[in-house]
Design a protein around this ligand. Sequence first.
Ligand code: PMP
Length: 318
Amino acid sequence: MPINRTDYIWHNGEMVDWDAAQVHVLTHALHYGSSVFEGIRVYATPNGSQIFRLEAHTRRLLDSAKIHRIKIPWSAADIDAACRNIILVNKLTNGAYIRPIAFRGYGPLGLAPAPDHPVDVSIAAWEWGTYLGADALENGVDCCISSWQRVAANTIPAGAKAGGNYLSGTLVSLEAHENGYDEGIALAADGTVSEGAGENLFMVRDGIIVTPPATASILTGITRASVMVLARDMGMEVVEQSIPREMLYIADEIFLTGTAAEITPVRSIDRIEIGTAGRGPVTERLQDAFFGLFNGKTQDKWGWLDPVGDTPATEQTA
Ligand code: PMP
């Protein structure tokens, strides 16, 4: 997806020019994948720009850092404020994507960094549309089961959103694209369904919504959590349960969720049509409820929308 450049990037507490947000080639994270990051959506709503689940994203960023013993020198409140500010200073009023990243910076190269190894934090944002293609939300995408499995439990923590983990997603996605699919779905090391390269997976059969549990080497997505809440709020049954691969082929509906993918129907897997090979009724209801949060049709009972505000904080750049 294109990066639509803006004017500023928040870098270690300051707003710097887009082109000035640079790192040294000996940055630890560049060599060892020692970064943690987030992807956050901002929606243009009838009540102005709203950040979707900012608190949950910042919490996951700090959780990912804690798992990897990366000490972020900013509080959750600092990061939240910087996320709002980066939207305001760049005047992103049409919907945007925020990318906060914390990483082990330039310092001695070694696998076990010293406690005082520098940790840099940057937050960029740019205007952004749909991820898996313009008509994907309506007509669905074609997926394959990847020949690459997800990281096994006790190897690299799948539950932390760390840079190094994305070597897995890149292999899954590239293989899928090279074989003519829109996206790849990975199995966990035990052969049960894990998740898409950068999305969580849900299937529907006989009206029951099923999604793999946290133990299936998934990143526990914030969209996933939101979809479960919305579905239960509408009286639908949702279970977190191991899914054998063959269950996918005989599902009534399958959809992928993620900040980028939002709620994207899956039309086929391994060229086997899923259900009616289009968007199923449960998927559509969930999309309506989800997108309703941003067009005002779904009441935000959960406080998921965080207003960006009107004017950038001038006192503090954080
Ligand atoms: N799994 C992986 C591997 C991801 O990269 C993402 C995107 N962050 C997701 C699932 C979905 O998570 P979320 O809904 O929080 O964006």
